[in-house]
Every structure is written in structure tokens, then in C-alpha cells.
Design a protein around this ligand. Structure first.
Ligand SMILES: [Zn+2]
Ligand SMILES: [Zn+2]
Length: 363
């Protein structure tokens, strides 16, 4: 491996930290990963659970995700939890042995977005496994104390890793002001659609309808508590007919629609199905440019809300898991060990199977 991947010099004897490096299209190699030195406000964490995200699969298949391009070998992965192994000299809230969930993005904390509390919009964000920042599918990582959240005894490390995808659902529900008065439509029953379902329910949404092309995914959604599931086609011509079906399944006005797919068809369906004065929240971004009936939605004062990752969500996610208001365990469909073969099999499973919701590593 080239010297370009070596991030720091600190390397204790007998302690070889290994990581899964993305070195080419569909090529992952477990190789040594030299950690940066532990700063005064950092902790060193032994990663114990890590989930594969849709964005990791994009990187794996295409060496890119949206505008983020993998130009040199990069450690993959970002949905993780582990055990604190070492703490920096100024660390006050964590101790060796604590079980923690890691929030993956380090923002600058100086720009106007950061100062305003909207740090997910920080242009200098360094995010695990988003090029050029190395990820966390490794035995150990170094991470700031303030982004490591202690897990209660009744929340497992796998559930801790699930705080990352769950955060997307929680942030989207906050952006859309989901309450006990909000009827919710969800386009897409993949991992993100399902965490939106769980979060919307926890926020009190009284009625939730979820839509997908895949009946297997819809039955998972049903088991997770969706009130109605509707199977739709891939054909854009069917939007009109399907909107009628969706609206009658809801039985009353659709206050908020979440598009967790991001195709012309799903966005068009969401815009047309939502009641006048309602909101459409765009989470999935399958197409970078879309053609949708925006004018018709605008004259009905349908608000379009963008969602990018999340901010300040870990404490609430941990609380929702601890109190049992959300159970993410049914989303974990596959488990793999952290080995060359395990990593290859896990990414193939996540990339190919629609039966795979969340593929998890146990390290
Ligand atoms: Zn993720
Ligand atoms: Zn910033």
C-alpha cells in the first residue's frame, strides 16, 4: 500500500490496527491503519459493531457517492459503536471501558452554520468514510470526545451503531415537525424509509402509509408498524392512479410525505399525494437531477424540505432505544465477522440483496 494512506506516526509495539480499505471498484482490502496521535480531547475506541450504509455501498460499487469521489485508498464505514480504550488528557465525560456510539462527522465549529447549530451543513465537515476522510471499519479509531455518546446498559453496541441511520429518521421528523396530528406517507421501504417509519411513530404520527416496489420490504414495514403498505410500479405513467390509491389508503389528508428514494416517480407521487398546505421532505437522492410537477405543488402551498444527514440527534436516539420507544433490532438482517472474507461477503450481500436491510459487522 502506498505511503499516502499513512495518517499518523503513533504506533505502539505489538498493536497492529487493521482496517477495511477501499482500494478500487468493488475491492476492499484489510490492511494496517496507523491512527493519528490521541489529542487531549480525543478518545481511542475499539470498534465493536458497524453497519453498512447505502452510501458505503455507493462508494464500494462506483468509488463515488454524489459529488464525493474516492481518489486514493480510504477506510470505509461510518455507522459504528465500540468501547473506549484510551482517553486524552483533557477528556472529562468518558472513561476507559465505556460503551459508546460514535457520531461520524467532525464539523469546523467556527463557520456560520456551525455557530448557528446547523453543523451538518458545515462546508469543512470531515465525515467517516466520505472521501477524503477515512472511515471506521477498523479495530480502532481516534475520535473527539464530544462525538462519542455513552450507551446505557440496556442498549447494545449494535443498537448503538444503529443510532446513525436512525438519526436520519429523527432529523427528518424534526425538520417536518412530525407530531400526533401528522399523517405520514413514506416513499420507499429500504433502510432509510424504515427508520423514518420508526421515528415518525415515536414522534406520535397517528397514521403511516408506506410505499415500495418490493413486497418483501413492505412486509417488513408492516411488521414494524406501518398502518398500510402499498406496492407500486416502476412506471412513471402510473403516478396518477397510484396517488389515488395512496390517498384512499390514508383515508384523510397526507400532511407530510417523506421521499426516501429520490426518483422522478417517487418525488412526483409525493408532491401530488400531499394535501394542500402539507410538506414534502426529500431524503433519498437517487437522481442528482429530477423533473417533477413542482408548479402544481407550489400553487397548493406544498412546502419542499431538504434533509442532509442530521444534527444533535444521538442523545434522543439513545433515549428512544433505552426506553423501548424504538426497536431497531428487526432491521439487522445479516451479521459478518471482520475478516477479508467477511468484509467481501458483507458488501456483496448489502450491494446485491433486497432482502438485506442492515448488514452489521461484529468486530
Ligand atoms: Zn449511514
Ligand atoms: Zn463549520
Amino acid at each position: 500500500m502506498s505511503g499516502g494512506v499513512v495518517e499518523g506516526k503513533e504506533h505502539k509495539d505489538g498493536e497492529e490496527n487493521m482496517a477495511a480499505w477501499l482500494v478500487g471498484i468493488k475491492t476492499l482490502k484489510i490492511e494496517p491503519y496507523h491512527l493519528p496521535p490521541l489529542g487531549p480531547h480525543d478518545v481511542k475506541v475499539q470498534i465493536k459493531a458497524l453497519g453498512i450504509c447505502g452510501s458505503d455501498v455507493h462508494h464500494f460499487k462506483n468509488m463515488r457517492c454524489a459529488n464525493f469521489i474516492v481518489k486514493k485508498p480510504m477506510v470505509i464505514g461510518h455507522e459504528c459503536a465500540g468501547i473506549v480504550e484510551e482517553v486524552g488528557s483533557q477528556v472529562k465525560t468518558l472513561a476507559v471501558g465505556d460503551r459508546v456510539a460514535l457520531e461520524p462527522g467532525i464539523s469546523c465549529r467556527r463557520c456560520n452554520h456551525c455557530k448557528d447549530g446547523r453543523y451538518n451543513l458545515c462546508p469543512e465537515m470531515k465525515f467517516f468514510g466520505s472521501p477524503p476522510t477515512n472511515g471506521s471499519l477498523a479495530n480502532k479509531v481516534v475520535h473527539p470526545e464530544y462525538l462519542c455518546f455513552k450507551l446505557p446498559d440496556n442498549v447494545s453496541l449494535e443498537e448503538g451503531a444503529m443510532c446513525e441511520p436512525l438519526s436520519v429518521g429523527v432529523h427528518a421528523c424534526r425538520r417536518a415537525n412530525i407530531s400526533p396530528e401528522t399523517n405520514v406517507l413514506i416513499m420507499g421501504a429500504g433502510p432509510i424509509g424504515l427508520v423514518v417509519l420508526l421515528a415518525a411513530r415515536a414522534f406520535g404520527a397517528p397514521r403511516i402509509v408506506i410505499v415500495d416496489v418490493d413486497d418483501c420490504r413492505l412486509s417488513i414495514a408492516k411488521n414494524l408498524g406501518a398502518d398500510e403498505t402499498i406496492q407500486v410500479s416502476m412506471n412513471i405513467q402510473d403516478v396518477g392512479e397510484e396517488v389515488v390509491k395512496i390517498q384512499s389508503a390514508m383515508g384523510s389528508g397526507i400532511d407530510v410525505s417523506f421521499d426516501c428514494v429520490g426518483l422522478n416517480k417517487t418525488m412526483s407521487t409525493a408532491l401530488n399525494a400531499t394535501r394542500s398546505g402539507g410538506k414534502v421532505c426529500l431524503i433519498g437522492l437517487a437522481q442528482s437531477e429530477t423533473t417533477v410537477p413542482l408548479t402544481a405543488a407550489a400553487v397548493r402551498e406544498v412546502d419542499v424540505i431538504g434533509v442532509f444527514r442530521y444534527r444533535n440527534t444521538w442523545p434522543l436516539c439513545i433515549e428512544l432505544l433505552k426506553t423501548g420507544k424504538i426497536d431497531v433490532k428487526p432491521l439487522i438482517t445479516h451479521r459478518f465477522a471482520f475478516s477479508q472474507k467477511g468484509v467481501e461477503d458483507a458488501f456483496e450481500t448489502s450491494a446485491s440483496g433486497r432482502s438485506a436491510i442492515k448488514v452489521m459487522f461484529n468486530l
